[in-house]
Design a protein around this ligand. Structure first.
Ligand SMILES: [Fe+2]
Length: 174
């Protein structure tokens, strides 16, 4: 049973332009970002698109009460909370500034910024491989897919439409 249509994708770079060296990103955590809209009340700022593993790293910003749909992880995720309070509906703990999280592959969860978060949440997520959004939390079926390639594409699209320098994103591809 097919769950979705997939095609081959690439990072769009000529192999001769593919850089393997180190780089830094100076994210701007202030409101003027640029923040790439991701979901209602949720934005991301890209740090790395990994065309080798299909993963990606982003700073995620979420307003109090905002939510990311339930999703399943194909690979592991590491996260570090810089500001705000957030949790997964499936777990008891609440992450606060300084909280590090390790998410195993195979886990499905629903991210919410708590209503009483004293400020928008800022979380650095380092995602290894794709995630699969589900239509419901228990026995869920495929709803949408995200990986380093789709995150790169949606970020490029936003940069293009916002008149930002899309070429800057190529520097984040490894
Ligand atoms: Fe997750």
């Amino acid at each position: 049973m097919p769950i979705a249509a997939f095609n081959n994708v690439t990072d769009g770079l000529d192999p001769s332009r593919r850089n393997r060296g180190h780089f830094i990103v100076n994210t701007n955590l202030d409101d003027d970002g640029p923040w790439v809209p991701y979901a209602e009340g949720v934005w991301i700022q890209p740090c790395c698109f990994n065309a080798t593993t299909g993963g990606f790293s982003v700073v995620l910003k979420g307003l109090p009460g905002a939510k990311l749909g339930v999703h399943y992880h194909v690979g592991i995720v590491r996260g570090y909370t810089m500001r705000g309070h957030w949790r997964y509906l499936e777990h008891e703990w609440t992450a606060k500034p300084g909280t590090f999280i390790y998410e195993p592959a195979g886990e499905a969860h629903t991210l919410v910024i708590t209503d009483d978060s004293p400020e928008p949440a800022l979380i650095l997520f380092m995602v290894e491989g794709g995630l699969v959004y589900l239509d419901k939390g228990v026995n869920g079926a495929f709803a949408a897919f995200e990986d380093g390639f789709s995150a790169l594409e949606l970020t490029r699209k936003y940069y293009r439409e916002a008149g930002l320098d899309v070429g800057q994103l190529d520097l984040l591809i490894r």
